[in-house]
Design a protein around this ligand. Structure first.
Ligand code: AMP
Length: 409
């Protein structure tokens, strides 16, 4: 199928051609026709499948056709969980709408409200927002959502994980009752389905790939390694194996900072992204990485979810995620749009249980790399089996248990 067959406007086709897209992706092929005829849609497309264009292109087209609609009024609202993703969606909309008169703006927290208010006053048709800042602006009567025709909830699962459920419901109420709602979510846990059932109107479900499946173009490798050797393993792989642009995930902000310092000390160009950094610092880090001024980016999950960094060569999961779907999201950052990619995961013995739930979700065993200097060879450690209780002589027990704790945590 071609974009032309999707009956998209010439101005949109021109912008798409400039982006170098030859044909629509699966999610675009299935979603665009439904959005064009104003149906509600639930889409469980993974990140990297082209889902932003799947809603952006038909929204732009509908706004162009809608001659009666009041100009310079917000007619499409896209809710996004993170500032980075909101900014990226705005950039995508601006590129797809570059040959139209439509105006796009983004509002998110962490920076001054004033420039955002100024922009809203000038009049725009498409607004991308994080829920908190949107409601702050609404409370201050700086924003009017009475003319919304289409509301998009992007990365709905993450928005709910981040505790935005009440904010989302408020936004839905503030918008006019008659509107089109499009819900995109990488995973479909019950809470997302429940939300969809309460706010969407006879939605059509678009399922492109199983949410539990990773792109076939990603080669996965699991490294069993003692916790205290992960840093050395990471440096060993950077020296010998992993080249190109690399995204490293850590569970905590503290972990991100610590790893960044260690990698920097070893002479690598590295930057980082996490929620404690200012918005400007986060934006700069992302830009440096995208412009290839640095080739390693270390990030927490929330800070990096949904961000499109093309041509990523490898993803390293320095910490195993405790939620199996996060593993799938992380490796989905590489091997995008049919490129190949490599995903490395470091598992210390205390994380073995996470590997089991991940393998259950993806329905296959992650291949284990045995050719590295820090491999844990003991079978009982690999399988994380509970150790047999040993009897200690009086007075020695506490020392032994302290040692055990110290080793793994
Ligand atoms: P998304 O899933 O929206 O984050 O998009 C992932 C990447 O795919 C982005 O770099 C898009 O620019 C790119 N993309 C979107 N649609 C297409 C297409 N039809 N052909 C090739 N690349 C695309």
């Amino acid at each position: 199928m071609t974009f032309k067959e999707l009956k998209l406007n010439k101005t949109i086709l021109r912008a798409i051609a400039e982006k170098g897209y030859d044909e629509p992706t699966k999610v675009q092929e299935k979603t665009i026709p439904l959005v064009l005829i104003n149906l509600d849609v639930i889409s469980s497309a993974q990140t990297g499948t082209g889902k932003t264009a799947a809603f952006a292109l038909p929204i732009i087209q509908n706004l162009l056709i809608d001659q009666d609609a009041k100009k310079k009024k917000i007619r499409a609202l896209i809710l996004s969980p993170t500032r980075e993703l909101a900014f990226q969606i705005k950039e995508d909309f601006q590129e797809y709408a570059k040959y139209t008169n439509l105006r796009v703006a983004v509002v998110f927290g962490g920076i001054s409200m004033e420039p955002q208010i100024e922009q809203l006053k000038k009049g725009i048709e498409i607004l991308i927002a994080t829920p908190g800042r949107l409601l702050d602006l609404y409370k201050r009567q700086e924003i009017n959502l009475d003319t919304i025709k289409t509301l998009v909830l992007d990365e709905a699962d993450l928005m709910l994980d981040m505790g935005f459920i009440d904010d989302i419901k408020k936004v839905v109420k503030i918008c006019p009752p008659k509107k089109q709602i499009l819900l995109f979510s990488a995973t479909m846990p019950t809470k997302v389905i429940d939300l969809a059932e309460t706010i969407l109107n006879e939605p059509i479900t678009v399922e492109v790939a199983q949410t539990s499946s990773a792109a076939k173009t990603v080669t996965q490798l699991l490294y069993y390694v003692p916790k205290q050797k992960k840093m050395e393993l990471c440096l060993h792989l950077l020296r010998n194996t992993i080249k190109g642009s690399i995204l490293i995930f850590r569970r905590t902000k503290f972990g991100v900072d610590k790893l960044e310092k260690a990698i920097k000390r070893n002479g690598y160009k590295v930057t980082s992204l996490h929620g404690d950094k200012s918005q400007v610092a986060r934006q700069n880090a992302l830009q440096e990485f995208k412009n290839k001024e640095v080739n390693i980016l270390i990030a927490t999950d929330v800070a990096s979810r949904g961000i499109d960094i093309s041509n990523l060569d490898a993803v390293i999961q320095f910490d195993m995620p405790n939620v199996p779907e996060i593993y799938v999201h992380r490796i989905g950052r590489t091997g995008r749009a049919n490129n190949t990619g490599n995903a490395y995961a470091f598992c210390s013995p205390d994380e073995n249980a996470y590997v089991k739930t991940i393998q259950k979700l993806i329905n296959k065993a992650i291949p284990v790399e045995t050719e590295h200097p820090y491999l844990i060879k003991e079978k009982k450690v690999l399988e994380n089996q509970p150790k047999k209780k040993r009897k200690y002589k009086k007075g020695r027990k506490s020392v032994a248990s302290k040692k055990k704790k110290k080793r793994w945590y």
